[in-house]
Design a protein around this ligand. Structure first.
Ligand SMILES: [Zn+2]
Length: 110
């Protein structure tokens, strides 16, 4: 297995995205909006790089500090509020796509 330099914040943002955006009114769950929220949150979070084979990444994710988790939630919330207010597409697209949640593989429906 290849050793990679890896930003574990990417995993953490993905893992926490759903439960956070569900609490924000008017947020759109389409691929574009979720990608925008992810990018915005990651840009505002300090990256946390690890060198690891992929199998070791999850174990390291568990070692994040409380401050990192608070920052993570704050930045995802802030990004989601901004994207909800100004999505990259018109609002009728949002309504249509809101039936679909494309955040995680197991959440893809229809
Ligand atoms: Zn959208």
């Amino acid at each position: 297995m290849a050793i990679e330099v890896y930003n574990i914040m990417e995993d953490l943002v993905d893992q926490n995205m759903k439960k956070i955006v569900e609490q924000i009114p008017n947020v759109c769950y389409c691929e574009q909006c979720i990608a925008d929220i992810t990018a915005m949150a990651l840009n505002n979070l300090k990256p946390r790089y690890v060198s690891s084979a992929k199998g070791g990444v999850l174990a390291r994710v568990m070692g994040t500090t409380e401050v990192e988790q608070i920052n993570l939630i704050r930045e995802i919330t802030s990004a989601a509020e901004k994207v909800a207010a100004r999505p990259h597409h018109s609002l009728d697209v949002k309504v249509k796509n809101n039936r679909h949640i494309t955040i995680t593989r197991e959440e893809v429906k229809e």
